[in-house]
Design a protein around this ligand. Structure first.
Ligand code: NIG
Ligand code: FE
Length: 422
């Protein structure tokens, strides 16, 4: 190795089933691009090579010879002298989950509301206001500690990339602090000032929209990559949502939309028209919505945790996939409609109740999430991608749905570093 930075290398071998999300003629599993008896070489936090385990040592020896010649060093003796070899004993490895939709900066919880719902009460968007009050009352350090605990929870369950939205501040100062705190734990920060109209603007929703597109957006945009609006009865009209999304886009933010959660509406149409990266929920869709999504680059992000904990009908993923729509799965982790941070839980529910195959759910939770965030460096195991890897205590990805509720995530690497080991 030449002088300068030391190259960190790890060879994962003995992978019984490797889900790459990179289909190839010699690979199985359709879009999952499965390689059996596989190995993955990681160098400096990135994937350097993917192939059959039996070819790994050959590959390394050839590579090192080339490098040594190039660097004019002494010919190196053994390829394994500077590579950490980790044999995973025939278990499955998948890309780290990409959770493209969470609301993790908030105070308090709404366990009582959940219990009341399970006793028959309906979910209403207005419940958001009680979390707004608890969030405003929490200090930065309280919110930070909460956030850190959620990040650990995500990592432990195999999530290596996640988006975080604001939306429980709903004043200039509070929204600014939520996007700022979110930015301390992820690059995927979404400004959701248009979550609901806060109580103090109940009689003047348009004045609130003016605040969002004016002072609030100006304070939040420097900390955010995305803008989002909740386009739904009880939240914002299509006109108000469009105004907010346009204003964010004018400042260079990418567009995401919450839509079609509680009934059919204009969220999907608006998202497609504005070229949104993703429209999330998609529980109630018309034929025209499905056709519009299929003809667009907008990902339909389905959030099974919401229907689970609001006792709503699940979205029909089969209908979307059969129409050619790109589908992502995300947790929507928030204290009101879906208080789970677990992608394996979402996978199990989506297989059982949304018409998805196990393979489709694993793709939607990794490559689908990456598409929803317009990222090409995560969501697949291919040379050049970030080395975000999940080792399952199972021989196949199918076990994620087949063994619901069982903690199958054995080890997680993010950018090549081991961040979780069980
Ligand atoms: O994505 N739909 C709007 N917002 C959240 C719910 C927030 C809440 O109930 O606190 C969601 O489901
Ligand atoms: Fe949400």
């Amino acid at each position: 190795m030449s002088d300068g930075a030391v190259t960190e290398r790890m060879l994962l071998t003995g992978i019984g089933e490797l889900v790459t999300n990179e289909p190839a003629p010699d690979r199985e599993g359709g879009p999952l691009g499965i390689v059996r008896d596989a190995a993955v070489l990681v160098e400096d936090g990135r994937i350097a090579w993917v192939g059959r385990g039996t070819h790994a040592s050959e590959h390394l020896a050839r590579r090192d010879e080339r490098e040594d010649r190039r660097e004019g060093d002494e010919h190196r003796t053994l390829w394994d002298a500077d590579v950490e070899v980790v044999d995973v004993g025939g278990r499955a490895v998948i890309p780290g989950f990409v959770d493209s939709h969470t609301h993790l900066v908030f105070g308090g919880d709404r366990a009582e509301e959940f219990a009341a719902r399970m006793a028959g009460r309906r979910y209403e968007a207005g419940g958001i206001r009680s979390t707004v009050a608890a969030t405003r009352a929490a200090s930065d350090d309280e919110l930070r500690a909460r956030l850190a605990a959620f990040v650990a929870e995500l990592h432990d369950q195999g999530t290596t990339t996640f988006e975080v939205k604001s939306g429980y501040g709903l004043s200039v100062a509070d929204e600014e602090r939520l996007v700022r705190l979110a930015g301390e734990v992820t690059d995927e920060v979404t400004f959701l000032g248009a979550h609901v109209v806060p109580a103090e603007y109940a009689d003047a929703p348009d004045a609130y929209v003016e605040l969002v597109v004016g002072e609030m957006l100006a304070a939040c945009a420097p900390h955010a990559r995305w803008i989002d609006a909740f386009c739904e009865r009880g939240a914002f009209t299509p006109e108000q949502s469009r105004r907010v999304l346009d204003a964010g886009a004018a400042l260079g933010l990418g567009i995401r939309v919450h839509g079609n959660q509680l009934g059919e509406g204009d969220g999907v149409r608006l998202a497609v028209e504005l070229g949104a990266a993703s429209v999330d929920h998609c529980t109630y869709l018309s034929e025209a919505d499905v056709a519009a999504l299929a003809a667009s680059d907008t990902v339909a992000t389905l959030l099974p945790g919401v229907e689970f904990s609001t006792r709503q009908p699940y979205p029909d993923a089969r209908r979307l996939i059969d129409a050619g729509v790109t589908v992502a799965l995300a947790s929507d982790c928030n204290p009101g409609s879906s208080f789970t941070s677990s992608m394996p839980f979402c996978i199990a529910v989506a297989v059982r109740d949304m018409g998805m195959t196990p393979a489709e759910t694993v793709w939607a939770s990794t490559a689908g999430g990456a598409a929803a965030l317009r990222r090409t460096d995560v969501g697949a195991i291919r040379p050049g991608a970030r080395a975000d890897l999940v080792l399952l205590d199972a021989p196949s990805h199918v076990h994620l749905a087949y063994r619901p509720g069982v903690p199958l995530v054995a080890r997680v690497w993010k950018d090549g570093a081991l961040i979780t080991e069980r």
